[in-house]
Write a protein that binds this ligand. Sequence first.
Ligand code: F6R
Ligand code: MG
Length: 370
Amino acid sequence: GKVTVSLIKADVGGIPGHSTVHPKLKEKASECLQEAKENGLLIDYRVLHVGDDLQLLMSHGKGIDSEEIHKLAWETFEAATKIAKELKLHGAGQDLLSDAFSGNIKGMGPGIAEMEFTERGSETLVAFMMDKTEPGSFNFPIYKIFADPFNTAGLIIDPLLIDGFIFEVWNIKERKRIFLKCPEDLYLLLSLIGAKSKYVIKRVFPKDSSPLPKDEPVAVISTEKLFFIAEKYVGKDDPVALVRAQSGLPALGEVLEPFSVPYLVSGWMRGSHNGPLMPVSFKDAQCTRFDGPPRVIAAGFQISHGNFIGPIDLFDDLAFDLSRKKALELADYIRLQGPFEPHRLPPEEMEYTTLPGVLKRLETRFEELE
Ligand code: F6R
Ligand code: MG
């Protein structure tokens, strides 16, 4: 049968500052989701966190965009916010941009990645969660996983992968989308997704030649941009993604491989800086140095009749030690540039931070040149 996996996240308060999530918020979230499991709404759930983001991973039979599931997530974040307010956690309730739930959690602040699919004989799933960065930060690894033969050996070696995949790319500024097939549209795909603040890979689908159902995604990424919703700076839109693996899809190790490069992403301090993305264990999923550096965790599962078997903390592994070390060296290097670009983001992206409030003060002091 079909199962839906929904990963819905929100920052409803940090301790201290924007560094991590208080265990009481996770306990409260688990209580709410446990109740929903007992009532039969959820098949299973896990509560996780990365940095200051509370992550609700849920499985159910309701399909994507289910009002019941979105309402459950919203009410869970509200319950956690209540505790965050009592404890006076920093930024309590910050991602809940609306006062009342109205049918769908999209556009209300939380980030969402969800997909419905037919559970295979063996269903391997990885949930990636990033803090202090933006949805476009998944463009690089998702491209590598599903289109780059230097990353994914299966694209060359496995007859089930050799035809490639279809990418659904969103222009998140103009709310348009395009479907591109790889390898044939590979250069076109890169011409868009290299501009990661504008074009974001939303989903990846199998091709006609694949034995998998064509309308069921094999990967999905959250694309919410908080600043387009709130029209003022309310923190970065720390993204999440779900990626299925093995048996005609990239292998687990091919899914993890792109993260061995601490590539540069935008976010970090005040959502205003470029810096290396560091793969970390759950235990190190807190943001400290210069409110970062931006971090990613990977929770690995086998799905069994909709149940989450796991998580395995995939970056809690010495195989990623050198990537972390390189990330820290890059962090040292780029920090030396202080407020100068390209450490600081370019002006178009700074528009969505608190900088315009500062520049406003200078408006009357500018003089026209001839
Ligand atoms: C970045 C982030 C932090 C805050 C910074 C200032 O996404 O969340 O770097 O921007 O700590 O936070 P406030 O304005 O809450 O003091
Ligand atoms: Mg965050």
